[in-house]
Design a protein around this ligand. Structure first.
Ligand code: AMP
Ligand code: MN
Ligand code: MN
Ligand code: MN
Length: 301
């Protein structure tokens, strides 16, 4: 059976716009069989996604996208199959969320100085979470006429040369991988073509990632061109890394990359999910599954 597998997306527990249950429902509608929810520095949406996935007959892979600073550059490391209850992971993510709150306040101050008052408070209120991302600010700027589109909001305000740019000082590459592995997960470098690194630096980063225990890179993803895919398929083989695939879906308003799209891996890649035993996993909707109570329940019966 050919499964549709999407291992990177966001809910409104980070900078996606849909609640986790709607992300799962949309994935199902798009024909996705296996979905990883990978919110920025948060596993808070996993429980809801897991419940929805059981009802929809989707296999939900608990995930997270950890923010990393490597050589003054932001790198994103996706964790797949993490235990969302793992204490060290939760402590590590809480620290990153605290950094997000601090940075968001600093962005708010810079916006204030540049003539955009009240953005921090309004952005946090609209987000419904405290640890907001720049995407949340971008939406505020867009809605209030300070930018034409999200891209413009990053260019003029939030991006590296923007008036309200504040650098994030995130986890180290080693700490991020350790956090993911400690929670039983597999670490994956997200959208490797997006980083502004020379090819040499990029290879150094990937080697360091592998030495720290990272196992895969995203070869197919929403922000990779066909050329990027071919290039990173070769790099994955060279470095003996597994390949992952994910849409990086954020919102139905941005239909550039919908759930379940942009997922084709070049044939030479070794998919990260090959060792997951998915073919033997029951993908039938819950009504068709034989529900076996867990051992502790059986013991009490
Ligand atoms: P943060 O982690 O708070 O720095 O925010 C990063 C997020 O902003 C990314 O995950 C993307 O979803 C989004 N983002 C970054 N650059 C752009 C851009 N040029 N246009 C639209 N969204 C962007
Ligand atoms: Mn994002
Ligand atoms: Mn990312
Ligand atoms: Mn992402």
């Amino acid at each position: 059976m050919d499964l549709s597998i999407d291992l990177h997306c966001h809910s409104n527990l980070s900078d996606g716009t849909l609640p986790p249950r709607e992300v799962v429902a949309r994935a199902r509608q798009n024909g996705v069989d296996v979905l990883a929810l990978t919110d920025h520095d948060s596993v808070d949406g996993i429980a809801e996604a897991q419940a929805a996935a059981l009802l929809e007959g989707v296999v939900l892979i608990p995930g997270v996208e950890v923010s990393v600073t490597w050589m003054a550059q932001t790198i994103h490391v996706v964790g797949l199959r993490v235990d969302p209850h793992n204490v060290a992971l939760r402590v590590g993510l809480a620290a990153l969320q605290a950094l997000r709150v601090e940075r968001a306040r600093a962005i708010g101050k810079k916006l204030e100085k540049a003539g955009v008052p009240g953005a921090y408070e309004a952005t946090v209120a609209a987000a419904g979470i405290e640890a907001v991302t720049r995407t949340h600010f971008a939406r505020y700027l867009l809605e209030h006429g300070y930018a034409k589109d999200l891209e413009g909001a990053f260019k003029r305000w939030l991006g590296k040369n923007g008036k309200a740019y504040v650098r994030g000082d995130w986890a180290s590459l080693g700490d991020a991988v350790a956090m993911i592995r400690g929670a039983g997960g597999q670490a994956v470098v997200a959208h490797p073509a997006r980083y502004k690194l020379s090819s040499r630096r990029l290879m150094d980063m990937l080697k360091e990632f592998k030495a720290a225990g990272g196992v895969a890179i995203e070869v197919a993803c929403g922000s990779h061109s066909e050329d990027d895919r071919q290039r990173f398929a070769v790099i994955a083989l060279q470095l003996q890394l597994l390949s992952s695939a994910g849409s990086d879906f954020h919102s139905p308003a941005n239909t550039r990359v919908d759930l379940g799209r942009s997922l084709r891996l070049p044939p030479k890649c070794v998919p990260i999910w090959d060792s997951w035993g998915l073919e033997s996993t029951a993908l039938a909707p819950i009504a068709e599954l034989e529900l076996v109570p867990p051992a502790y329940v059986r013991g009490a019966l």
